[in-house]
Design a protein around this ligand. Sequence first.
Ligand code: EPZ
Length: 430
Amino acid sequence: MEGFLVRSPGGQGRPLRGEVRVGGAKNSALKLMAASLLAPGTTTITNLPDILDVDVMARLLDELGCTTRVDHTRAVVEIDVPEELAHHAPYQLVRRLRASISVLGPLLARCGRAEVALPGGDAIGSRGLDMHLEGLERLGAESRIEHGYVVAEATAGLHGAEVGLEFPSVGATENILLAATLADGTTVLDNVAREPEIADLCGMLVAMGARIDGIGSGTLRVEGVRRLSPVEHATVGDRIVGGTWAFAAAIAGGEVEVHGVDPAHLGIVLDKLDRAGAQVTRHEHGFGVRVERRLRSFDVVTLPFPGFPTDLQPFAMALAAVSDGTAMVTENVFEARFMFAQELARLGADVHVDGHHAVVRGRPRLSGAEVVAHDIRAGAALVLAGLAAEGETTVADSFHVDRGYPGFVEQLTGLGVDIERVELADLDDR
Ligand code: EPZ
């Protein structure tokens, strides 16, 4: 089993110093790849993140009849989309990549039928699909769950409709939006997600010929068109990876310059670090974080964008564990995203979870231990907590982190961290 080994003598690892370049957003690139299904011909996506999930999505598109050419050295994928698509997205691929559910809308729009394996839940929550299906049914689709698959049909084609989301779900917004671009008539999608990745997807769709108003607002108006055209599109910078580096500087101290992310996509995060005592500088394509002394604790409430992103919640908790004071962390988006707290407690953090609240009392430093990554963000946050933990910290199941962080070890090493990949004996053999 592969893991990370972080050494931090005296729990005061060397302050971080240096620059990091952030690539395209995982949570956009995967949906841009799914959107390519809407237009026969060759779509090219650039600023592509070099992560496992991109390769799995490419394999899924190949399974649907496309020909993909992923070139991680140039951070590009070219996708040849045929006139005739297959409509079956198999379990063995979907189970490895929840984001593959975003082929549902495009397949329904292009083929009038889609069979997509149910991705199931994961470490952070049940991850329902009810809002996806209700929205697609408003556009005229019929759906049912059969043998572990979502089977959706629109034999008479899709039509425009008024759809109000119960919660601004990212995934449901994307699937309904993708389907509505080729529907007959106009769709008004209310209470949609406003994450920068949604705006990025809208930008690509408009370049393909889609008619979308209200981009960036809580309501999208989509006038369906008969045909879309393939384009070349650059993926927006990964604000969650950018935010991770901001927290790295906050937890370990030092100074980190982050390039490739729009600081406006991290507004509330950088504001909070600023108010807690960090020196934050913003510029057009990036930001800097400088931390010379222990930060003051701050409360966090996760909410859809522009609220505090749930994907940075584990980092906020890790920072709170070594900050000056007590913090309340409230998780409103994923009901099981506090599993991370148990692992953080293994590093000596004073953290108490009660429902979707966690109270974290800061300590000057943590103590190194063996911990396990249960998902992408929790894994990366445990590595950062290891920077403030005396001695050695090992984080098992590093594959989770590799799904979302290209060159994580190399970038940390570049900032002065003593970290390496190690083979770990299986937990059961220990
Ligand atoms: C996307 O997940 C991201 N994943 C997540 O990032 C991110 O945390 C999340 O958006 C919120 O920002 C990708 O883009 C691949 P949601 P998604 O639909 O689309 C419930 C990471 O670490 N819900 O906004 O699945 C759902 O269970 C990942 O990169 C329903 O109940 O998020 C959750 O509690 C983790 N029914 C909440 O809404 C539905 O039909 C938000 O889910 C849809 C959602």
